[in-house]
Every structure is written in structure tokens, then in C-alpha cells.
Design a protein around this ligand. Structure first.
Ligand code: ACO
Length: 327
């Protein structure tokens, strides 16, 4: 196994206080708690208030991660924000977050858009920049206000998503046996139309009533690709790092659907309790999903020093990726 060059120094997460249950949703669209629970495992999700933007959710998660790491915003010289629901098209969510947190101006701050794989893309980029020796401490944030891009008249999508944020502080690894062992990223642009916000004028090929400024998804196709891509990415990183699946202490998968997580557990021949799951309480929070789950898993005592932790995700694009950590 190679010596890791970077390590996660602290984690944090934040979710808006408003809880929207499946029963609440059944009063908005033609759905039921039973349908949503059995098809997805989701029971409730958090919904941000009108003035609560992605950067506001990210600030709270970032502050908690900094506190956990025993650091302050002044210690950060790199901020990478994974989101596809920034407060506004320009400037980046990272610029707004930098100001709100008070991160020094001599810092690199930018957004990454890789949808639900965004946190892994941001983690890999930040880690490589630290490994270069040119940056010391990075704040990697995944934050989404998906309630703003969901079509609340489309029952096939609006029941799946929620708002939230998660963050991690990354630094150079000073111990040879701890840190990020490897990260693999991928993308299949030929599947881009399966999950998208087309934007612009309405596409004549899209279904009647579909809003081009809102999230559109071909759920069944995405389901199959999600299972295949996450399974392959997990296997690839295990092979690259010469680790067997049964050596993994905890898998933190992107939280999109309990059935997708169950299918991956079956393919990897791992018991269900080796997977951290909170999709029931948050739904799919896209780029925030893995860092929220990582933070909750840590705080719940599910990750111990020396554990091998596998992160694996897929998202619109179709992006996918995995990361292996020795905690
Ligand atoms: N409530 C009640 N009925 C519904 C709902 C709903 N919310 N949504 C769809 N239905 C109906 C459909 O209309 C259909 O009815 P019909 O048989 O009369 O035509 C029936 O339920 C079955 O619909 P399917 O789409 O076939 O249901 P499926 O079992 O495939 O589950 C789901 C749908 C949950 C969306 C599943 O396909 C899935 O999870 N796909 C992956 C989605 C995903 O993970 N997306 C996130 C991507 S990550 C990112 O980057 C944002």
C-alpha cells in the first residue's frame, strides 16, 4: 500500500431544521409514504428556508469541521466547494463561503460540479493540491439546496431529494499509515441526458409538462447505471490498493436509494451492517450526501482509528468515483 500524502483532520455537517415527511409530500403530489419507503427507503428529508442558500448550509458544516479539526478559518488556504445548486450562477459558492467564514484572501477558492460525485471530485482535487506542497490545509465542502431545482409537480423526482451540507478539513499526512490511500474518478458523458436540468427553451424531446429549469430524470436507467458504476468503481479501487472487500470496516455510499445500496452490498458480498445509511432521514442530498454520512458515522463511533473506509458515489453526468481511506 502506498504512503498516504493527505489525511482528513475533521468533519462537520449541517441540515436545515424543517423536516418534510413522506406524508407531507403526499399532500403536494399524488404519492404515499408506503410507495416512497418501499421504493427508496426514504422517510423524510430536510428543506431549507427561502433565505437559506447553499452557502449558508455550507458555512455551518464548515465551522463544525474546523472545530472538529481544532483549526480556524485563518488556517485554511484552499476551499473547494462541491455543488450544483450554488446560491447564484456567479460568483462561485466558494467565493461566498470564503467571505462568510473569513478565510484569508490569499487562498484558492472554487466550485466543482460533478453532481452527487462532487464531494469525491473535490476531495481528490484538494488532496492533489496539498500533496503538491503548494497548499497546507483545505476545506472541502459539499452543499446543496436541491429543493430549489426540484420540480414540485413531478412525483417521480421530488420525493427523492433534500437539502444539506457536509465538510471535511484536509491536511498533509504526518503518519505513514493514515490518510487517503487512493481515489478513482470517472464520467460517462453519453448518459448525460438521463439526469439533467436542460435549461434554456423547452426541449421538444422532453416529456409533456417537463420543466427545462428543473431536474429531470430517467429513474430506471439511472438505477441500473448507478449500481454498475458504483460496484465497478469500488472493485477497481480495492484492486488498485490490494485490499479485499471483507477488509473494509465501513462503506459510505452516496445516499440515493436504499435499494441501490442493498444491490451494491450484494455485489460486493458484504453484510448490510458494513454500510452506513442515513438516506431514510435525508433523502438524496447530492454532493452533501457522502460528507454528511461520513460526519454522522464518525460521531456515532462507527469509524475507529486504523479502519479502512470506502467512499463510493455516482451522479448526473454520469459521474462516478470511489475513495479509500485508512482512518
Ligand atoms: N409515488 C407514487 N407512484 C409513483 C411515484 C411516486 N412518487 N413515482 C413514480 N410512481 C409510479 C410511476 O408512475 C409508475 O406507475 P405506472 O406503473 O402506473 O407507470 C410506478 O410508480 C413505477 O415507476 P418506476 O419509475 O418504474 O419505479 P421504480 O421502481 O423504478 O422506482 C425510482 C423509481 C425510485 C426513481 C428508482 O428508479 C430510482 O431510485 N432510480 C435512481 C434514481 C437516483 O438515484 N437518482 C439520483 C441520481 S444522483 C444525482 O446526481 C442527482
Amino acid at each position: 500500500m502506498p504512503t498516504p500524502s493527505t489525511v482528513i483532520l475533521g468533519t462537520g455537517s449541517f441540515a436545515p431544521s424543517r423536516i418534510m415527511t413522506n406524508d407531507d409530500l403526499s399532500r403536494i403530489v399524488d404519492t404515499s409514504d408506503e410507495w416512497i419507503r418501499t421504493r427508496t427507503g426514504i422517510r423524510e428529508r430536510r428543506i431549507a428556508g427561502p433565505s437559506e442558500k447553499a452557502s449558508d448550509l455550507g458555512v455551518e458544516a464548515a465551522r463544525r469541521a474546523l472545530t472538529d479539526a481544532g483549526l480556524t478559518p485563518a488556517d485554511i488556504d484552499l476551499l473547494v466547494v462541491a455543488t450544483f445548486t450554488p446560491d447564484q450562477p456567479l460568483p462561485s459558492c466558494a467565493s461566498l463561503l470564503q467571505k462568510k467564514l473569513g478565510i484569508p484572501t490569499r487562498s484558492a477558492c472554487f466550485d466543482v460540479n460533478a453532481a452527487c460525485t462532487g464531494f469525491l471530485y473535490a476531495l481528490d482535487v484538494a488532496s492533489a493540491m496539498i500533496a503538491s506542497g503548494r497548499y497546507r490545509r483545505a476545506l472541502v465542502v459539499g452543499t446543496e439546496k436541491l429543493s430549489e431545482v426540484v420540480d414540485w409537480e413531478d412525483r417521480t423526482t421530488c420525493v427523492l431529494f433534500g437539502d444539506g451540507a457536509g465538510a471535511a478539513v484536509i491536511g498533509a499526512s504526518e503518519e505513514p499509515d493514515r490518510g487517503l490511500l487512493g481515489c478513482l474518478l470517472g464520467c460517462d458523458g453519453s448518459s448525460a441526458d438521463l439526469l439533467c436540468i436542460p435549461g434554456g427553451p423547452r426541449d421538444p424531446a422532453s416529456p409533456p409538462g417537463a420543466r427545462s429549469d428543473r431536474l429531470q430524470m430517467k429513474g430506471r436507467e439511472i438505477f441500473k447505471l448507478a449500481v454498475r458504476c458504483m460496484d465497478e468503481s469500488a472493485r477497481d479501487i480495492l484492486e488498485q490498493q490490494h485490499v479485499r472487500a471483507d477488509q473494509i470496516s465501513l462503506v459510505i455510499p452516496h445516499q440515493a436509494n436504499q435499494r441501490i445500496i442493498d444491490a451494491i452490498a450484494e455485489y460486493l458480498e458484504l453484510p448490510a451492517d458494513r454500510f452506513f445509511v442515513n438516506v431514510d432521514r435525508f433523502g438524496n442530498t447530492s454532493a452533501a450526501s457522502i460528507p454528511i454520512a461520513l460526519d454522522e458515522a464518525r460521531r456515532a463511533g462507527r469509524i475507529k482509528r486504523g479502519d479502512l473506509v470506502l467512499l463510493v458515489a455516482f451522479g448526473a453526468g454520469l459521474t462516478y468515483g470511489s475513495a479509500l481511506l485508512r482512518w
